[in-house]
Unconditional design. Structure first.
Length: 151
């Protein structure tokens, strides 16, 4: 026999669900911070006078944002965005020797504000794009209507 659970304790499945959400949010913060770190270091790289590092850093950012949105919804997307923002802003400050990883020039502005815009775009995309539900085909009835059943 198992001991009865107190009335104030949530059921085990509810606690496990909450723990899962907390773990996913923490992992998203770490992912966003890692993407912000990698992107900040790489965004100034150029290949043949083209801003290849900036393009790749922004692609990595939008990929992480979309993955977090698809993975667990807006909570992980916002957590990843927060991790990204904190790391990018910390690395944009002047270092101990006076160096700056994100100077106040066009590339730095595109990296800083462009990344934020990409997180916002991912937040406002239609939720059906991130759903595993199969959409009904156009012109078909999504569910049978009880009133239409005739034998």
């Amino acid at each position: 026999m198992s001991a009865p659970t107190p009335h104030h304790a949530p059921p085990r499945t509810e606690r496990a669900g909450l723990l899962g959400v907390v773990v996913r949010v923490l992992m998203a913060v770490v992912l966003g911070g890692a993407v912000g770190l990698i992107g900040t270091v790489a965004h100034r790289t150029q290949w043949a006078d083209l801003p290849g590092g900036l393009v790749l850093a922004l692609l990595l950012t939008v990929s992480a944002a979309m993955m977090c949105r698809a993975w667990s919804g807006l909570s992980t997307l916002l957590a990843a965005g927060a991790g990204w923002l904190v790391v990018v802003q910390l690395l944009a400050t002047t270092g101990p020797g006076g160096d700056v990883l994100v100077p106040a020039d066009l590339t730095g502005y595109v990296w800083t504000y462009g990344g934020l815009v990409l997180f916002a775009v991912a937040a406002f995309l239609p939720s059906r794009w991130f759903s595993d539900q199969v959409a009904p085909e156009r012109g078909t009835d999504p569910a049978p209507h009880p009133a239409r059943h005739h034998e």
